[in-house]
Ligand binder design. Sequence first.
Ligand SMILES: [Zn+2]
Length: 258
Amino acid sequence: MRVAKHVETESRRDVPAAGGVEPTVGYDAPIPGPARSPRDSALVLPHRVALTFDAEHPDRPRSQPDATDRLLDVLAATGVRATFFVQGRWAEAYPTTARRIAAEGHVVGNHSFFHASLPLLSEEGLVEDVGRAEFAIRDATGVDPHPWFRFPFGHGIDDPRVVSTIERLGYRHIGWDADSGDWEPERTAREIEKAIVRGATSGRTCVVLLHGWPSATVPAVAAAIDALRSRDVAFVTVDQLADAERPRGLPADLESLP
Ligand SMILES: [Zn+2]
């Protein structure tokens, strides 16, 4: 009997779930219900991955002006909702694309106005930057970015002054579990795709860091979504994760991803 159950489990996991959502029934019980133990849930429930994009002015080569729009085309075509941390100055420059992000159902967060390293700003400057970004994002997208915030470069996660200030302003920083590395000039689409897939399938939940501007990100995301659809992965937005599942810092092992 144990062998038969095991075979059934393996065969179930080989079948892509309709709509990308794994059925929640136990592998040897036809009655839907909560998983009976963490071990069971690891077998029958999908990984959940939040693709997060920093929508910002590129500060490196290999960017394409229409990359964010083509990225939105990919997400629309595949029915994947993602999270976009929008830089205020970028939203002012590209209001049509910024509005598309919200209109197409993606979650909008605040990624500061100038994309400065926030610990370098005075208290007054920090409050002004975050507020100015908030105004620009609301103006362009039509939605309130609260409470989602991402520190530019991740700088500020270990600075109590910066953390307490953004919390006082009603925000919480969202870090990442996996860095796709798409911001690195030499990173190929295939390497970015592999980093997304590896991160997404390495744990129960994974927040992946991506950007809206690199040209290689668009085909990489399309290929990764295609690959993950057959690997028990559900795509979620940061608001769909439990608080404990939202990383505040950087991956513990920065060398674990290519
Ligand atoms: Zn950024």
